[in-house]
Design a protein around this ligand. Structure first.
Ligand code: OKP
Ligand code: ZN
Length: 380
């Protein structure tokens, strides 16, 4: 299997985060990527490839196909603005734009102070921007987008000659919590959404399924292709650009019912408008999620994709934070479950782009990722 990897993904390296009221070392660390890379390198089944420096030359336009210009600009500039404002440490929002706080259109949001702007663009405090150097977070997030796009391109190219194959984009920061104009949960740019949009817009692809097996609900990916959940309205441009033009992205997610991001991911979310019926959530109670329950639910999710018939590509948000010893998660999966997961995904018979999301138990992270990919390879 081809594995795409770029060392620039390592340069986002915040020292700490707030977890349960405590300052702890940042869990979404560069070490994660290195560990997965080292484990996969030891197996002859994986071929490592780097993205080409000059492709796509207009990389930002692919990112802007799913994120707003204001948001991308915010990611690029917030650290500098923050420092100028006199706060010399990390960008950590404190006050958020709560839907009950502000009457629509009552306040000019165009000229906010950096601290207000950080809170406007963030979903939660589980992110840090630009610690060591002003450009580092943005640089890593952009690098991840480039790696994912390159992997998607390779998959689409290879697919003509070798159907049913898999490709892995080994990236961080992860992406599935990032919405068109919102970061959170360690995510800044929505890597799978960027890949999906690329396949739809540039590869003549008619429809894509995103299967999200990270422990957490991918609120961002769900948002990108369906309609919003609550009172918050997308701008008219982003609504047209992101949602209505692509009614044929199927989003299917298995995740903890009772964990971050808390306010999204219920089974009742089925999509809306032209996207109704293209969103399927399988929330699982943490204490119920054993290997067998998980695989049984994954089979149901796979059946939905199978019954959709026309899906041309499968994009997997690959999180292995479902593992029983993951430090921030509560599912009960053992290491024996991961090859089975790969096998179920392979049974869909689609060209499959695996994209790295979460997984925080460093001792098993590499093995669990390798197991999913090898389980897939051996079954196709
Ligand atoms: C990112 B990904 C709850 C802590 C939540 C944020 C988790 C972000 C996960 N006790 N921290 O989906 O793996
Ligand atoms: Zn996760």
């Amino acid at each position: 299997m081809k594995v795409y990897y770029g060392p620039e993904c390592l340069c986002h390296d915040p020292p700490h985060e707030i977890l349960s009221g405590r300052l702890v070392p940042y869990l979404e660390s560069p070490r994660r990527l290195e560990l997965v890379k080292n484990t996969l390198s030891r197996s002859s089944s994986f071929v490592f490839l780097s993205p080409e420096q000059d492709w796509p030359h207009n990389l930002l336009s692919y990112v802007l196909a799913v994120h707003t210009e204001e948001y991308v600009d915010h990611l690029k500039t917030i650290y500098d603005d923050w420092v100028v404002d006199g706060v010399q440490v990390a960008v950590l929002p404190e006050t958020f734009l709560h839907h009950r706080l502000r009457a629509p259109n009552s306040l000019d949001l165009s000229n906010l102070s950096p601290i207000a702007r950080a809170g406007e663009e963030a979903l939660s405090v589980h992110l840090r921007l630009h610690i060591a150097h002003q450009d580092h977070t943005f640089q890593a997030a952009i690098a991840a987008a480039q790696v994912v796009l390159t992997a998607a391109r390779a998959l689409a190219d290879d697919h003509l000659a070798i159907p049913d194959r898999g490709t892995f984009a080994l990236v961080r920061p992860p992406g599935h919590h990032a919405q068109d104009a919102l970061c959170g949960g360690y995510c800044f740019l929505n890597n799978v959404a960027i890949a999906a949009k690329y396949l739809l817009q540039h590869r003549g692809c008619g429809s894509v399924a995103i299967l999200d097996i990270d422990y957490h609900h991918g609120n961002g990916s769900r948002w990108m292709f369906r309609l919003p959940f609550c009172g918050y309205e997308p701008t008219r441009e982003s609504a047209q650009q992101i949602f209505y033009e692509e009614p044929r992205v199927l989003y299917v997610s298995l995740h903890a019912a009772d964990d971050y991001p808390y306010f999204t991911g219920s089974a009742g979310e089925r999509g809306a408008g032209p996207g109704f019926g293209f969103n399927h959530n399988f929330p699982l109670a943490q204490k119920d999620a054993t290997d067998d329950v998980y695989c049984g639910t994954l089979q149901q999710a796979a059946d939905i994709i199978r019954q959709s018939g026309e899906i041309e590509y499968l994009i997997v948000s690959l999180g292995v934070d479902t593992y029983q010893e993951d430090p921030i998660c509560g599912f009960l999966l053992t290491q024996r479950c991961y090859p089975r997961i790969g096998e179920i995904i392979a049974s869909l018979g689609k060209p499959t782009l695996f994209v790295m999301e979460g997984g925080y138990h460093l001792e098993t992270l590499g093995d669990n990722v390798a197991s999913v990919l090898l389980g897939f390879e051996q079954a196709v």
